[in-house]
Design a protein around this ligand. Structure first.
Ligand code: PMP
Length: 408
C-alpha cells in the first residue's frame, strides 16, 4: 500500500484539528503533553465501548475472546513497532509514569542495597526522578545526577566517574520534554553495559519522532505513553529484555497475574501477565494498534523532511526574536522548542497565544531541577506532531511577536 505523503490527508484523520478555539482555527502545538487522536483510534474505542466489550483473558464467551484477541494483536504490533524480540517483553501499563514506577519498585526493590546508586540526568521529567527517589529512600540508596551543560547536552565527560560500581541502574530520557535534543543514548548504554549496569530509556518524547529499535539500542528497558503517540489516554508500554523482566518480582498483585493462589503461597503467571494485575485499560491498549497503523501509514521520508523544515524554520525565527532564549541548542533535535522571553511571563504569553488559537504549554514542564539549572521558574513550549504544518509554525512566530509586543 502506498504510504501517505500529503499533509492535508494526514490532517483529515484528526477531527480535533477542525475545531475553532476562541473563534480562531486551532493551532495545536502542545503535542509533547498529549497528541490528538486519528479517527481510526476513535472508531476502535467507540466500537469496543459500543459492543465488543468483554473482560480479557478471563472467559470463554465470544466477547471476551474478541477483546482478548484485539488486546494481544496490539501487543504484537507494538513488539514489531519497536522491534522487540518477543511479545512477552511488552507490558501494557497506564503510561510512562506507571512503567517507570514499575521498574523502580520491582527492579529497584530487588536489586538496590544500602549505599547503591541510581543514575538519572539533570534533564529528566519528574516521572523519571520521583519513582527513583521513593525507592532510594526506602533502600537508603542514592540518586546520582548526570549534569547537562549550558546548551542542554549531557556532560558525557563526567559519565565515566559517575558510573562507578555503586550504580545499579541508569534511567534517562531519549529526548527531554524541555530541551528537545536527541541524547547520545547509544554511547551511554554502551558505557553502562561495559560495567554491567542496565539502562532504562524514557521514550515518552522520542517514540513519536525517532524510529525506535530496542534491539539495536540494546537498552534493557524502554518506556513510553500511548497518548503521545496518537493513541488513547491511560495507555503505555514497558519494554524490558526478557531475562531481566523474568528476574523481577511482580509490582502489583491481583487478578490475571497469578498462576495459583492459596493462603500459604501464590505463584505468578509468566510474562507479560505477571506485570499486568487487574483489569487493564484493555480498550485503550487494543486501540494502540490503530495508532501504530496510523504512524506506519505515513511516508517516513515525508515525515522526516517536514520535521526538518519545521526545526530549521523554528530555530532560525525564534533566535531572531529579541530577548528570546531557546533552551537546548543543537541540530540533532526533534520539533519541540522551549524558550523564555525577557520581560514577558510564559503564562501571560501562553494566555494571549491561546486567544489567537495557538495551544502552547507553559510552566515548569514537570522538570523543576532543569528550570533551576537555568535559573527560571517557567518556560513556554511549542511541540509539533505529524499533522502540524509549516504554515502553523509561521502563524506561531507571527502571533508570538504580536503577543510579546502586547506585553512590552
Ligand atoms: N517522561 C517524559 C520525557 C515526558 O515527556 C512525559 C510526559 N510529559 C513523561 C515522562 C510522563 O508521561 P505520562 O504522563 O504519559 O505518564
Amino acid at each position: 500500500m502506498n504510504k501517505i505523503a500529503d499533509i492535508n490527508q494526514i490532517r483529515s484523520f484528526f477531527p480535533a484539528l477542525e475545531q475553532s478555539v476562541n473563534s480562531k482555527t486551532l493551532v495545536y502545538l502542545d503535542n509533547g503533553a498529549t497528541a490528538q487522536k486519528p479517527k481510526q483510534v476513535i472508531d476502535l474505542v467507540n466500537m469496543m465501548n459500543s459492543g465488543i466489550n468483554g473482560n480479557i483473558h478471563r472467559a470463554v464467551h465470544e466477547l471476551s475472546s474478541k477483546t482478548t484477541e484485539l488486546y494481544e494483536d496490539s501487543r504484537e504490533a507494538i513488539r514489531q513497532f519497536i522491534n522487540a524480540a518477543q511479545k512477552e517483553e511488552i507490558i501494557f501499563t497506564s503510561g510512562t509514569t506507571a512503567s517507570i514506577n514499575l521498574v523502580a519498585a520491582s527492579y529497584g526493590g530487588k536489586y538496590l542495597r544500602k549505599g547503591d546508586s541510581v543514575l538519572v540526568s539533570e534533564a529528566e521529567h519528574h516521572s523519571n526522578i520521583v519513582p527513583w527517589q521513593l525507592i532510594c529512600e526506602s533502600k537508603e540508596a542514592n540518586l546520582r545526577v548526570l549534569p547537562v551543560d549550558e546548551n542542554g547536552n549531557w556532560r558525557m565527560d563526567m559519565l565515566d566517574n559517575l558510573l562507578d560500581s555503586s550504580v545499579k541502574i541508569v534511567s534517562v530520557s531519549h529526548v527531554s520534554n524541555v530541551l528537545g535534543l536527541i541524547n547520545p543514548v547509544e554511547e551511554l548504554i554502551f558505557k553502562a553495559h561495559a560495567k554491567g549496569i542496565p539502562v532504562l530509556i524514557d521514550g515518552a518524547q522520542s517514540i513519536v519522532h525517532i524510529e525506535t529499535d530496542v534491539r539495536k539500542l540494546d537498552c534493557d528497558f524502554y518506556v513510553f505513553s500511548g497518548h503521545k503517540l496518537y493513541g488513547p489516554t491511560g495507555t503505555g508500554v514497558l519494554y524490558g529484555k526478557r531475562e531481566i523482566l523474568d528476574s523481577m518480582p511482580p509490582w502489583m498483585g491481583g487478578g490475571d497475574m497469578v498462576e495459583t493462589v492459596t493462603f500459604e503461597k501464590t505463584t505468578y503467571a509468566p510474562l507479560p501477565l505477571k506485570f499486568e494485575a487487574g483489569t487493564p485499560n484493555f480498550i485503550g491498549a487494543a486501540a494502540m494498534l490503530e495508532a501504530i497503523r496510523f504512524v506506519e501509514s505515513i511516508d517516513k521520508k515525508f515525515l522526516e523532511n517536514t520535521e526538518r523544515s519545521i526545526v530549521e524554520y523554528m530555530t532560525e525565527e525564534l533566535l531572531k526574536i529579541e530577548g528570546l532564549r531557546l533552551y537546548g541548542a543543537g541540530e540533532n533535535r526533534i520539533s519541540l522548542f522551549s524558550f523564555t522571553v525577557n520581560g514577558a511571563h510564559p503564562s501571560d504569553l501562553a494566555m494571549i497565544m491561546d486567544k489567537m488559537g495557538v495551544a502552547l504549554r507553559s510552566g515548569q514542564m514537570c522538570a523543576e531541577p532543569l528550570m533551576r539549572r537555568y535559573g527560571v521558574e517557567s518556560m513556554l513550549r511549542a511541540s509539533f506532531a505529524a499533522y502540524n504544518t509549516i504554515d502553523e509554525a509561521e502563524y506561531l512566530i507571527t502571533s508570538l511577536k504580536r503577543a510579546i509586543k502586547m506585553l512590552s
